[in-house]
Design a binder for this molecule. Structure first.
Ligand SMILES: [Zn+2]
Length: 442
């Protein structure tokens, strides 16, 4: 059989044929299938037959994902799984560099292709997970990967967030390592996504900024996105609002006391609302009052009450514009209550992040959207969901075009976490076709 495939792959194409991009298979064939009429690859097998998308193997992805799930890797304890991936690279002849702020928490940068011959496309995925906190609620052992009876789901800690997607990336590296690429394909396998990113993607980007690693032109993020295109992410800013009253003995509450908790309650009710704005790539902004602090004793009217606001920003909004809206709301409250006094502190924890967007006309977004059409036969949709941030934001903030496209799944961070296996296959085909478009060898 392999020889039959090899023969097939040796049909030389005219350049007109190779540019007629109509389907996923044809696109990938035009790039990777450029007849590798040799059978002398490193492993002595047959070099890429027809196309990358066609050669995506469901079982290989599930096997690799299962191997990753079987190695526990909560944030801070990622060494064993990174050693496994480094060993896997060695076995597959894939260049693998350790990039570490702390040698016990290494990131791996995998590279194939031809340097200085075209753009660099990097895939990014994290292998740290949240810990298992509710073992009794799991139907299977979280570190003993299991497939559902109907074959649709792979269960285990990290199955959805996001070891299976990293398995897709590794499979594509193995699939394309002998393909003629104009440029390079990398995978940034990182630690520390679930906590700060400081040891993970942020450190990789620091090394890129320092010139110690090549700077990718395009980045693909494999976090769960239900097979929808995620070219933007909400930003966030925190605000602390302190309402002032006048402390007093409870007995004098209606005489000299002004209850700061009651004042804050008015402010909270004025602010907790559905925000009537929308960005097509990311959806609505969010406001949520998540902490409140007041009172020194059960028999003292509180003189101060502080609450914190978590405000998620959409493209077009800034920390300042969101603060101005909040202040306008509080002024309305003050207009109706002469005793309402308050103070706002913007970004009290210094962790504000702007909304970040890779525009629709980026070659990366276009290539991904076209590949979704090719592979699925459907129009690509934006990932407009109530989702948190990914490491994609760090690449965007560094000025690198970045788009997310990952599988669907369920119960990430919870019991019975699972990924949808069919989605992994679709993701692999869409990414293979996207990479083909960006790293065409002709
Ligand atoms: Zn994740």
């Amino acid at each position: 059989m392999p020889f039959a495939l090899a023969e097939q792959s040796c049909v030389h194409r005219t350049s007109a044929e190779s540019h007629a991009i109509m389907t996923a298979n044809e696109t990938a064939r035009a790039v990777f299938g450029a007849p590798p009429c040799r059978n002398d690859s490193a492993e002595g097998g047959i070099v890429p037959p027809s196309s990358a998308a066609e050669r995506v193997e469901r079982d290989a992805i599930v096997d690799l994902a299962s191997s990753l799930i079987a190695i526990p890797s909560p944030s801070g304890d990622e060494l064993a799984i990174m050693d496994f991936v480094a060993g896997w690279c060695a076995a597959h002849g894939i260049q693998c560099e350790r990039v570490a702020r702390d040698p016990a928490r290494p990131n791996l940068v995998l590279t194939i292709g031809e340097p200085d011959s075209g753009p660099i496309v990097a895939m990014n995925g994290h292998l740290d997970t949240v810990p298992v906190s509710d073992l009794a609620a799991w139907r299977t052992d979280p570190f003993d990967p299991a497939i559902s009876d109907d074959g649709t789901r792979l269960y285990g800690r990290g199955a959805s967030d996001m070891k299976s997607s990293v398995a897709v990336m590794l499979s594509l590296m193995a699939l394309l390592k002998d393909a003629p690429l104009r440029g390079q394909l990398q995978t940034h396998v990182v630690v520390d996504e679930e906590t700060s990113g400081k040891y993970g993607t942020i450190f990789v980007l620091d090394e890129i900024a320092a010139g110690r690693l090549p700077r990718p032109d395009y980045v693909l993020i494999g976090e769960k996105s239900d097979l929808k295109v995620r070219n933007a992410e909400r930003g966030l800013v925190g605000l602390a609002v302190t309402c002032y009253g006048r402390a007093a003995h409870t007995a004098a509450a209606r005489v000299t006391g002004i209850n700061a908790i009651a004042k804050a309650a008015k402010a909270v009710l004025a602010l907790e609302e559905d925000l009537d704005k929308f960005h097509p790539a990311v959806g609505k902004p969010v406001i949520s009052i998540n902490q409140i602090q007041a009172g020194i004793a059960h028999n003292v009217v509180p003189g101060e009450c502080t609450f914190t606001i978590d405000r998620r920003l959409i493209p077009g909004e800034t920390a300042e514009s969101a603060a101005a809206e909040i202040e306008a709301r509080l002024r309305q409250v003050a207009a109706e209550d002469p005793e309402f006094r308050y103070e706002i502190v913007l970004d009290p924890h210094g962790d504000a992040i702007p909304a970040n967007l890779t525009p629709d006309d980026s070659p990366l977004v276009r290539a991904l959207q076209a590949s979704v059409r090719d592979v699925t036969g459907t129009e690509p949709e934006y990932f407009v969901a109530w989702a948190g941030a990914t490491d994609g934001r760090f690449y965007r903030l560094a000025g690198i075009d970045t788009v997310g496209y990952g599988p669907g799944g369920e119960n990430a961070h919870g019991a019975n976490e699972a990924v949808f296996i069919d989605d992994l296959v679709t993701q692999a085909k869409v990414w293979a076709t996207t990479i083909a478009r960006l790293l065409a060898a002709e």
